[in-house]
Design a protein around this ligand. Structure first.
Ligand code: PLP
Length: 378
């Protein structure tokens, strides 16, 4: 099997699984318990938190362990918007965001917040001039992703941070789920960000919210007050220790893996570009692990099934939206034409993929192309 759906999820590293099993076996105690074993378990949790802070080179920021980026985004956006509503009601985001941002801001709209969306130019780049004109004294929150999960587009976090600098009331949140381990993180001017373990060979159900002004959000989960009071519930110590291991493993050979991913991406792009009726949607200067292309005139699902029958797993647009009937909002916002959106597929790579797999993918691509060739709009 060739697995090219790594933006949906990745295979856990063996070391991560071993760490998870070992900690669960030996430190299954509740870190909030007052006895010796509880204290030892708490120590382990503290050391995982410290390790992550060191690995990510965090100084003043705090880390909240969560069940993943969906929870991190919900926690931050809801908690921050509600905490800041005496200062303003406007939240700025993009149509490219993951549903954990888009659906949260839609829910906040029902609470009376005003949601505005950044605009993208015809060439797919963020319209910074337009963004700048949206910055009024009513804006309290700006939330954007670093790398888009559908197209692999890299958003200009540093430029946005620079423009926000003059507005001290604005909190700037960045979803780094698809960029961590793939694209350098420049976090100056970013007030919070989130990561998700299963996107970098960690486990599903583990994530982080990194936060610079912890006291400034309202609580959304009530209970025993764990995770500094922001995320009540007995802490999953084994998962959090395993997450610190996954982060360490990712950073260990990051430069080398990044170069490998770029090479594999280039190889696929170079190959598919030669076929009339194939539209390359992702940009060459995007993230190293995502290729998005369209079989114009044929449904993406048909192509995904054709690959799947040959034991190659690719995706339509994104796992979270592929079951929905509507056109993908990311591709629409980035000006991909409707027929191309319908026929789009995403190939997403990880460090586990090889040049041989890319070679096999290209062979199969040609086979499938020949099968559907006469249906394509050239
Ligand atoms: N943000 C982005 C950009 C994603 O790609 C995803 C997952 O697909 C998420 C957030 C949600 O992450 P999780 O699965 O950890 O909830």
């Amino acid at each position: 099997m060739i697995y090219f759906d790594n933006s949906a999820t990745t295979k856990p590293d063996k070391e991560v699984l071993e760490t998870f099993a070992k900690v669960n076996e030996n430190f299954y105690f509740n870190p909030a318990s007052p006895h010796a074993k509880g204290l030892e378990t708490e120590k382990l949790l503290t050391s995982a938190r410290e390790q992550i802070k060191n690995l990510l080179k965090l100084e003043q920021q705090s880390i909240i362990f969560t069940s993943g980026a969906t929870e991190s985004n919900n926690l931050l956006l809801t908690g921050m918007a509600r905490a800041k509503k005496q200062f303003g009601h406007t939240i700025i985001t993009t149509k490219l965001e993951h549903p954990s941002v888009l659906e949260t801001v839609r829910a906040l709209e029902d609470e009376g917040f005003i949601i505005k969306y950044m605009r993208f130019k015809e060439d797919g780049t963020l319209d910074l001039e337009h963004f700048s004109s949206m910055l009024t004294s009513d804006v309290i929150l700006v939330a954007m992703m670093h790398v888009n999960n559908v197209m692999g587009a890299i958003l200009p976090v540093a430029e946005v941070a620079e423009l926000i600098k003059g507005y001290p009331k604005i909190h700037f949140h960045v979803d780094c789920v698809q960029s961590f381990g793939k694209v350098p993180l420049h976090l100056e001017g970013v007030h919070s960000f989130c990561l998700s373990g299963h996107k970098f060979n960690g486990l599903k159900g583990q994530g982080l919210l990194v936060f610079s002004q912890l006291k400034t959000i309202t609580h959304t989960v009530f209970g025993g007050g764990q995770e500094f009071g922001f995320r009540s519930g007995t802490v999953n110590v084994a998962s959090n220790v395993a997450l610190s291991r996954a982060i360490r493993l990712t950073l260990e050979d990051y430069e080398m893996q990044r170069a490998r991913l770029y090479q594999m991406k280039e190889e696929i792009e170079r190959y598919v570009k030669q076929f009339p009726g194939i539209r390359l949607n992702s940009q060459h200067n995007g993230a190293p692990h995502i290729v998005n292309l369209s079989f114009v005139g044929v449904k993406g699902e048909v192509i995904v099934n054709a690959f799947s029958r040959r034991d190659i797993m690719v995706s339509t647009t994104s796992a979270c939206s592929s079951k929905r009937a509507k056109l993908n909002e990311t591709l629409t916002a980035l000006h991909v034409p409707d027929q191309a959106i319908t026929g789009s597929i995403r190939i997403s790579l990880s460090k586990n993929n090889t040049a041989e797999e890319v070679h096999r993918f290209n062979e199969v691509f040609r086979e499938i192309y020949q099968e559907v060739e006469e249906l394509l709009e050239k």
